[in-house]
Design a protein around this ligand. Structure first.
Ligand code: ZN
Ligand code: ZN
Length: 255
């Protein structure tokens, strides 16, 4: 995520971190912020392959939902301990500054105002509402719905307490990137896996007055053809507009 001259803000560190890192080291800025939602492998795989961490002069603030800075650092150390990768966290030549945050409390990074929110996921995950220059982007992954089938906003019923809290997080956002790994039938079979489906994300975003919903965290076995079909099926949606996340794509905050 970028806003004017502020340092870039990197959300999680999956396989996309490789290309992003190569791009960032070719640019002049040497400061960046990373926010982690949780430490399931698909969200940290890219960290040992993220070029800025091997580039002397880079100052990287790493924000982690944790109780203190030591615990925040421990979470990443496990992946860079000499077993899963030749280098250890302490061998990296960049300057890493670990910061612990608690979901629910507002904090700032450079010119970004950020609030975390506890999500519904095995082992926990933290969604983020990020504001800069009067624009709001929410990043909500990984999370199962906050309601059982038959109740809540997806069924035109009153919001459950968990949904009411989520609506406050999403309220009026320009862009919401939301976990929609499953289609509804698959979700009903895998309700304990901690992921949502597009109709659910859309119902929440419509209730929160969100302008643009980006469907995200596609299932690993969803083919490009299937995802293209899904994008087409949602193309007619307005309030919110619905698109699918694509690798390498730039999405501008409109207006
Ligand atoms: Zn996860
Ligand atoms: Zn995940």
């Amino acid at each position: 995520m970028r806003h004017e001259d502020l340092p870039p803000l990197v959300l999680d560190c999956g396989t996309g971190a490789r290309n992003l890192g190569m791009k960032l080291v070719r640019q002049p800025g040497r400061k960046l912020h990373m926010l982690f939602t949780h430490f399931h492998m698909d969200h940290v795989f890219g960290f040992p392959f993220f070029a800025p961490v091997y580039t002397p002069g880079f100052e990287i603030d790493v924000t982690v939902p944790a109780s203190d800075e030591d615990e925040a650092q421990e979470r990443l150390k496990g992946f860079l301990n000499g077993t899963y990768h030749p280098l250890r966290l302490r061998d990296l030549p960049c300057k890493l500054d670990f910061k612990a945050i608690r979901p629910g409390r507002e904090f700032t990074r450079s010119g970004y105002t950020i609030r975390g929110h506890a999500l519904n996921h095995p082992g926990g995950s933290c969604g983020y509402r990020i504001e800069a220059g009067g624009k709001v982007i929410c990043y909500v992954t990984d999370s199962a719905p906050f309601a059982q089938p038959g109740e809540g906003v997806a069924y035109d019923r009153p919001a459950t307490p968990g949904e009411a809290r989520m609506l406050r997080l999403l309220e009026g956002a320009d862009i919401v990137v939301y976990d929609t790994m499953f289609e509804l039938p698959e979700y009903l079979e895998k309700m304990t896996w901690g992921h949502s489906y597009p109709e659910y994300a859309r119902a929440l975003c419509a209730a929160a007055g969100v302008k643009h919903l980006v469907l995200f965290h596609h299932a690993p076995d969803a083919t490009d053809a299937e995802l293209d079909r899904r994008a087409e099926a949602w193309a007619a949606s307005t309030a919110p507009k619905v698109t699918l996340a694509r690798e390498g794509e730039t999405v501008l905050v409109e207006g």
